[in-house]
Design a protein around this ligand. Sequence first.
Ligand code: COA
Length: 576
Amino acid sequence: MQGTSKNDLIIRIGGEGGEGVISVGDFITQACAHAGLNVYTFKTFPAEIKGGYAMYQVRTSTEQLYNQGDTFDVLCAFNGDAYHNNRDFLKPGTAIVYDSPGDFTPDIPEGVHAYPIPMTETAKDMRNPRAKNMVAMGALSVLFNIPVESLRKVLTAKFSRKGEEVVKGNLEALERGRELAAALKKTDPWTIGAPKSAQDVIVMSGNNAIGLGALIAGLDFFSAYPITPATEVAIYVAKHLPKRGGTLIQAEDEIASISQVVGASYAGKKAMTSTSGPGLALMSEMLGMAFMAELPIVVVDVQRGGPSTGLPTKHEQSDLFLAIHGGHGDAGRIVLSVENVQDCIDLTVVAFNLAEKYQCPVILLSDGSLAFSTQNVPYPDPGSYKLVERERWNGEGEYQRYLLTKSGISPMTDPGTIGGAHIATGLEHNEDGLPSYTSVNHEAMQDKRFRKLKNVVNDIAPVEVDAAQGVGTADLGLIAWGSTIGVVREALQHLRAEGYKVSGFYPKLLNPLPVQQFEDFGATCKRLLLPEVNFQGQLAHFVRAETSLRPESYTICGGMPFTPEMIVKKVKEILA
Ligand code: COA
């Protein structure tokens, strides 16, 4: 189900970590996006800084893209590992551009278009072995019509910090690669789609988009401890927040970072941290504290393969149990999950708004696939986002921080507000904020804290239902969350084109679960399927627990996302 026309081309670049695979993928992505094409990328690499198999997949199309696609139309193999890892996907009609002579001799299957390029040898001859990847990129640009002027520009921009010599050497290697490819006879039909007029687009990764969303939301304070695959969020914020007068701290660990965020929130600031599963586990005590003290904080969790250190650079959607219930006692929180780069901007703003309004922690779940996926999105207009500020005390009467109100929300004060002094601790407290352990008080306060969360569903867009036009009852309804949604969207298109009656349901608010919307969707489907990238079927578990629905689980946990083809195959099996 990979690109089936010139308008939908998937190029996969594979090689050894350290050979510059990721740079080539990034450059091609930028060049295609600047040419007005839609892009959706996926990259995966080992946990080591050097060595192991690194892969970057660029999908580019004139049509909207929802995922990285299945395998590839074009494979660019820098080494034997890249060839062997992808050998089974070299189907008739696909093309391979490979290093020759190199450390492998490919056995080219019949019908596959082969383009040997002396990548290593040329770079060595140019006394610039590092530039092997640029020789390959030059060849790709000629063979598949990738705008070379854009490539030159992004190359120059990226390498200029390494010095003029590096830029010059790489530009020369690019040209040499172009000459080598121009001397070959092109036999395949692949080329990127016809560029559109330049658009007002921004091309960014999921991690960067979360950083941008936080800035739009009015982030004042950020503290984090670096952890793959979340570090890029911190790097983005570090670049931009101080310029806007905000504060950023790289803390000594995750416990310190969330503690600082809780403190900043108490001080009246919009505060956020970002981490991955192991870090979120360490933060569970302070998440409970923020719920108890009713302090608005945003915690971004970019999920990776677990348990424990697990698969640090790989994709998984396996922190849902932890996000919803991680912690001791009855500690509530709001949990949102993002589908794509656009969501990473928009839902980060929503996360801040919900945290401020409901004075509680909001966990925003992203994942390893989306963290590094680069996509084009319209240039955001910060002014178009509605921002919510916490309700502050109006100064009238005697201030009670934890006043029992109908909605459960009580006005806050910033430190220094005359008459508004109060303490916020992890101890149970009365309306004045003073320790109180009576059973009547604890029950009233727990009820207040959870009462707030009942209204969250009304503050977020209704769950999107992707129902085929004219279909009354679907034979199968698919429920998806996170970046799996984009895969399901495309799978449904293919299935409907073949006459299948299938619908999709894409919740972004996962706690509190929008139960009624689940029930309504379930009522329109004969059966339900819930694909997710974890072993235990975590969302399916919550859906079974909280609704009357009984979705079948379809789980994988190999460190890679689903592909549309996998979903299509599964649906056909179920409906056979
Ligand atoms: N000339 C000069 N420099 C070049 C170059 C060229 N032709 N091609 C690439 N480079 C540079 C890149 O700019 C980059 O340097 P930078 O880090 O200073 O920006 C470096 O070489 C690596 O190239 P890149 O294309 O970014 O990556 P790669 O495909 O070689 O793969 C990684 C290397 C990304 C796999 C590896 O460095 C990495 O980060 N691994 C993951 C580590 C991790 O997160 N572990 C988890 C710990 S829990």
